[in-house]
Design a binder for this molecule. Structure first.
Ligand SMILES: CC(C)(COP(=O)(O)OP(=O)(O)OC[C@H]1O[C@@H](n2cnc3c(N)ncnc32)[C@H](O)[C@@H]1OP(=O)(O)O)[C@@H](O)C(=O)NCCC(=O)NCCS
Length: 163
């Protein structure tokens, strides 16, 4: 977690959010808000609560991430939640996202996990992206997410066994 990596992560998360990515913020987010959330996220990684996968561009800079949120509850230690899957907007749509998820799945297997879960904002078409890497929809809360006064989205739960 070098200062350079921290700075590149703030930049990545900010750029993806401003471009409309569904990674916790709305496009109106400020850099300060992303910076504060990034510090919290780095704290989770250094505490061993999350594992980070970094994807790098040919220029050696951070171009994408995925995190595994591990559990302390003994009943759920066999699976992890995948969060903050994102790619630099300039690299989206070129097949790198599938590669990122394949590496995330490999990292989870290497960690001895048996399954992965993730939550997706409905209405973005993301279910079909994750379905390409073996995730299946296992639950949906209609209108479970409110992005704005009149903007309700389904909260979609997806699951992928790693056998
Ligand atoms: C989601 C994300 C990681 C996908 O990476 P990507 O490089 O753009 O995706 P790929 O080029 O590997 O796409 C692979 C397939 O998934 C599809 N796909 C990707 N994103 C999609 C989307 N938002 N809606 C529908 N389909 C999508 C592609 O069409 C492609 O299918 P095809 O080969 O049949 O054309 C990337 O677009 C991103 O960072 N988005 C912003 C952040 C975000 O919303 N993350 C999701 C958090 S739940």
């Amino acid at each position: 977690m070098t200062p350079e990596l921290r700075e590149e992560f703030v930049r990545l998360w900010y750029d993806v959010s401003r471009a409309g990515g569904s990674v916790g913020f709305l496009p109106s987010v400020t850099e300060e808000e992303v910076r504060a959330a990034s510090e919290t996220q780095f704290g989770r990684v250094t505490a061993g609560e999350h594992r980070m996968l970094g994807a790098y561009g040919t220029d050696g800079r951070l171009a994408g991430t995925a995190f595994l949120r591990l559990h302390t509850d003994f009943k759920m230690r066999h699976w992890a939640m995948v969060v903050l899957v994102m790619l630099d907007p300039a690299l989206q749509g070129g097949g790198h996202g599938i590669r990122l998820m394949e590496e995330t799945i490999a990292m989870a297997r290497a960690a001895g996990l048996e399954a992965l879960r993730l939550e997706v904002r409905g209405g973005m078409g993301l279910e079909s992206f994750y379905a390409r890497t073996g995730f299946k929809e296992v639950g949906r809360v209609p209108g479970g997410l409110r992005l704005g006064a009149d903007d309700y989205r389904d909260d979609v739960m997806m699951w992928r066994p790693l056998d």
